[in-house]
Design a protein. Structure first.
Length: 191
């Protein structure tokens, strides 16, 4: 496949999830240290390849006890499954900046097919700092990807009941991934 190769800049790429809590509000969590790659032919974006790995051990919700509970076997079981992965199996261009990216998502050792609605945020030539010196410019591209998953599909099934038949945690979880991709050194920026 002829095209451009990009890597996800881990310091500026993150996964955020949101689940209903106690039937009245949402709790958000974030996972940083996302590593990944993108290979795309601008003339044939439907053949793009996307792969990502997420460090689930560093889940952050702003509340240390909740973070520890999420890392436990009740939820993510990071002792046995420290990494989540995604590998695209198909890309459909919906418009000039919108894509449907389907792939295999693995969480807690369980793999399911999911589709992300992806928006391209554009590209820009930027500084690139190495060893205290600007060795840029380097081309960066931004993307936002959204999906909704049923956490039980991945074996994330802990829950408790609250008054009047409510639950502590919703079944459905919204996921947003913000990606900053950097063109690999020596790559030619598209068009």
């Amino acid at each position: 496949m002829a095209g451009t190769k990009w890597f996800f800049e881990p310091g500026h790429t993150a996964v955020e999830f949101r689940a209903r809590h106690m039937m009245v509000t949402y709790v958000r969590g974030q996972l940083k240290n996302v590593r990944g790659s993108l290979e795309v032919d601008p003339d044939d974006p439907g053949r793009a390849r996307v792969e990502a790995a997420v460090d689930a051990t560093q889940v952050y919700t702003g509340q240390p006890q909740r973070d520890a509970h999420l890392r436990s076997a009740d939820f993510f079981d990071v002792e046995h499954h420290p990494t989540w992965t995604f590998a695209a199996t198909g890309v459909q261009q919906m418009s000039g900046t919108e894509f449907a990216v389907t792939g295999e998502l693995t969480v807690r050792g369980v793999t399911r097919s999911v589709t992300f609605d992806v928006t391209s945020l554009g590209q820009w030539d930027t500084p690139w700092w190495e060893d205290g010196q600007d060795r840029g410019p380097r081309r960066r591209a931004g993307f936002t990807a959204r999906t909704r998953v049923n956490r039980h599909d991945f074996g994330v099934s802990w829950n408790d009941v609250v008054d009047r038949g409510g639950v502590v945690v919703s079944d459905m979880v919204d996921v947003v991934v913000d990606v900053e991709a950097v063109l690999e050194a020596g790559g030619t920026p598209p068009g």
